[in-house]
Design a binder for this molecule. Structure first.
Ligand code: PLP
Length: 397
């Protein structure tokens, strides 16, 4: 008592939030914890955004359901200029984080949800809340955990005629994988053939550690691809809770339904926050140096960790974007077995208890329980200090 919706009963608190609380609690008890469990930017919110927020605290009216019109315009312009996408202001929806917009889109669509495994923790529970089947498509470490076109083709073929929704997160949380143009092009052709609706989760699009430009399925399959992003990662403002979604004209029905669902749920995002976001998207040149510099620092930190992991003999693909690494302890299995460690979860408990290192097991990202890949969020440093010291940051190595 009281009886709950059965779809809710399978849900636990999000794994990333849970590890964050556990690590913070250990710190409160005076224990030293290396907190690589939570994917939050360590940097301060860029000053122009803070300033815009302060100047707009008096904005108190409900804004239109899809968002402040100038912001929708600015978001469309930003994605056109930075990534070459052809979206107009009327294709844009503003939400309280891209997480909520992704949830609402999963909610309003029929058909199973395909996700490459490993992928972000929340897609699965969101699908479960809707009673939707989730179909993880395993990827391989030797492909850098990037879904290969033939693997996508096989999965679509197996599912037969039904409508399919695919979430492709590029760059990827939890692996730092960053897709190649040829892979994206081929997957776009497959999605078009099977009429797959794609959510291209691009929250890390500006965290790119390579010399290659960001590549999106939205460029090759624009009619069927929804793009999501927001302030949380490159703009270092996760707590502002502002995400964006760009829905193409080809998916007009989704956009209409989204507007209705928003109007009956959160109504609109907080007005002052939307004005702060207008500074980020509409006046990006003032924030670009911050985005570039923080990207460099993230890259340095991830490459440093990568050197350390491979130096310890762990298999770990080189991270090419986002701020995560995914070292695999598979080649330590025998030694771990002798200590009674058989699962990724047990390994993470051991790492937290004995080494005071907080990381998450692959099973939180749709891998099997006995897989020994773990997610390391390479952001456990003082971002404000790093910003000040950069480019001297390298000397702390
Ligand atoms: N997508 C991925 C892959 C993420 O890692 C996150 C946050 O951790 C989100 C979406 C959600 O971001 P937000 O709701 O803050 O926009």
């Amino acid at each position: 008592y009281p009886a709950l919706n059965p779809l809710v009963l399978s849900l636990k608190e999000s794994a990333t939030l849970a590890i964050n609380l556990k690590a913070l609690e250990m710190r409160r008890q005076g224990k030293e914890v290396f907190h690589f469990g939570f994917g939050q930017s360590p940097f301060p919110v860029p000053e122009p955004l803070q300033q815009a927020l302060r100047s707009n605290v008096d904005k108190k009216d409900y804004l239109p359901t899809r968002g402040l019109p100038e912001l929708c315009q600015a978001v469309a312009g930003f994605y056109q200029q930075e990534f070459g996408y052809e979206f107009a202001a009327e294709n844009v929806c503003i939400g309280p984080g891209s997480k909520e917009l992704i949830f609402q889109t999963i909610y309003l669509m029929e058909g199973p949800l395909l996700v490459p495994a490993p992928s972000w923790v929340s897609y699965g529970p969101q699908a479960a809340l809707r009673g939707k089947e989730i179909v993880p498509i395993p990827t391989r470490r030797d492909n850098g955990y990037r879904l290969q076109p033939e693997e996508l083709d096989r999965a679509c073929n197996r599912l037969g005629q039904c409508q399919k929704l695919l979430i492709l997160n590029n760059p990827n949380n939890p692996t730092g994988a960053f897709y190649r143009k040829s892979e994206i092009e081929e997957m776009a052709a497959i999605c078009r053939a099977y009429q797959v609706v794609v959510i291209s989760d691009e929250i890390y699009a500006m965290l790119n550690f390579t010399d290659r430009p960001h590549c999106s399925i939205a460029q090759y399959y624009p009619e069927g691809t929804i793009v999501t992003g927001g302030l949380s990662k490159s703009f270092a403002a996760g707590g502002y809770r502002l995400g964006v979604m760009l829905v193409p004209h080809g998916l007009q029905l989704v956009l209409e339904a989204l507007k209705s669902v928003i109007s009956e749920t959160f109504s609109a995002v907080s007005a002052p926050i939307q004005y702060a976001a207008l500074e980020a998207y509409g006046n990006f040149e003032t924030v670009r140096p911050f985005v570039q510099r923080t990207n460099e620092i993230h890259r340095w930190a991830c490459e440093y960790l990568h050197r350390r992991f491979t130096g310890m003999g762990l298999n770990c693909p080189r991270p090419e974007g986002a701020f995560y690494l995914f070292p695999d302890f598979q080649n330590q299995r025998e030694a771990l077995r002798k200590q009674g460690i058989f699962t990724g979860r047990q390994l993470c408990d051991l790492l937290l208890e004995q080494a005071r290192v907080a990381v998450l097991p692959g099973s939180d990202f749709y891998l099997g329980a006995t897989e020994l890949g773990v997610r390391v969020a390479g952001v456990d440093y003082d971002g404000a200090a790093a910003l000040k010291a950069w480019p001297g940051f390298e000397q702390i190595n």
